[in-house]
Design a protein around this ligand. Structure first.
Ligand code: SF4
Length: 369
């Protein structure tokens, strides 16, 4: 039996407070506490959220003598790039970041023809213990702050502005919480970061809530809280199998909330927001890719406003789990479609660059140890 970790270990060294950790009102109060007019907080927000710039020395609208104290109070450096790895002709880039206390997290920027998406981490490590996942194997180190989560998005928006991916400058259009960590287990910081992402500029990055996907293994209490927020993000449930017997092993949190309860919570979210939810399903050879499981999933989702996203498993090094055979994947799709359930097979962006969550951080830790 896997021990689930819902509460992050106490942090050894508190993360510095950042503009993005504060609400709009709190930013103004903090400026006044420093003896500065509150419009200074607004100026910094314009630089950070609208211009994707956190280099205070370049802020010519701020007097030189104020820049250092404002940088310390509002824009401490949260992310240091350790390395970037690209594939797909440079259209996929995985960045490994070091946080102020040496902890490593990853984000993946992907440019498609019609959109550019950043996949971000919400925790360093993860306490959910899914056995097929590199992050799950390493356990939970700590929660990220709202600032650390938002900074991953800001850096991606900046990379898009600067045309760092092939195809020239573009706009960051989508954010998915599918990197390291279980977002619902770091609820407060994740909600603050979603507000930072979706608030109109200059209070936030101005990305529509519908373009933000929050992925969870099914923490029903978190979904219930999300229903009460006025944030119509896209909800994704990492289901991975429709039967409790296997899910208890594959997604250990299932011992707490069963498949039926998780889907009922997703249905309540859909009823409140009108948003179609997504079922994430990593297809694992001979583990969860049988015809009868496709049939059971089809029956569970028939007539629901749900969409299935099949993900060919990206095996972690040394793992016994591997991707399904092509014919089994095709049969799975066909059965779901037979129930009228919309289904897509996710492209396997980032495979050559340790694409599964946590693999780049894991390999870096291995290299350093
Ligand atoms: S699959 Fe997601 S929830 Fe499960 S251990 Fe990995 S990061 Fe955590």
């Amino acid at each position: 039996m896997v021990d689930l970790v819902f509460d992050a270990p106490a942090v050894k060294k508190k993360s510095p407070v950042h503009l993005a950790d504060l609400t709009v009102a709190e930013r103004k109060v903090r400026a006044e506490e420093l003896g500065l007019p509150s419009f200074r907080a607004n100026q910094l927000a314009v630089h950070f959220f609208t211009h994707h710039n956190d280099d205070v020395e370049s802020f010519t609208d701020i007097p030189k003598e104020l820049r250092t104290s404002l940088a310390d109070a509002f824009l401490p450096k949260l992310l240091t790039l350790v390395k970037s790895v690209t594939c797909d002709g440079g259209k996929t880039r995985k960045d490994l970041w070091r946080l102020h206390d040496g902890v490593l997290v990853e984000s993946v920027l992907m440019r498609y023809t019609d959109r550019t998406t950043i996949c971000i981490s919400s925790q360093a490590g993860c306490g959910m213990g899914c056995p097929f996942c590199a992050t799950g194997q390493a356990g939970l180190t700590r929660n990220l702050t709202a600032g650390e989560i938002t900074a991953q998005v800001m850096m991606a928006a900046k990379a898009c502005d600067l045309g760092e991916l092939p195809g020239g400058p573009t706009r960051l259009s989508n954010v998915v919480f599918m990197g390291m960590g279980e977002p619902m287990a770091n609820y407060k910081a994740v909600m603050q970061s979603i507000r930072n992402i979706t608030n109109p500029q200059p209070d936030g990055l101005g990305i529509g809530a519908r373009s933000v996907t929050l992925s969870t293994v099914g923490l029903v209490t978190g979904i219930e809280k999300l229903i009460k927020e006025d944030l119509p993000v896209t909800l994704a449930i990492s289901l991975h199998t429709p039967d409790d017997e296997l899910r208890d092993t594959l997604v250990p949190v299932n011992s707490r909330w069963k498949v039926k309860e998780v889907l009922q919570a997703a249905d309540r979210y859909e009823a409140k927001t009108g948003r179609r939810y997504s079922i994430e399903y990593a297809l694992i050879r001979d583990i969860n890719d049988q015809v009868w499981r496709a049939d059971l999933l089809g029956r569970l989702l028939k007539n629901k406003n749900a969409h299935v996203n099949l993900i060919p498993l990206n095996p972690t090094p040394g793992s016994k789990w591997t991707a399904s055979r092509h014919e089994d994947e095709a049969a799975f799709v066909e059965i779901l479609e037979g129930y009228g359930v919309p289904v897509t097979v996710r492209d396997t962006r980032g495979r050559e660059i340790d694409g599964a969550c946590g693999q780049l951080a894991a390999s870096q830790i291995d290299n350093n140890s």
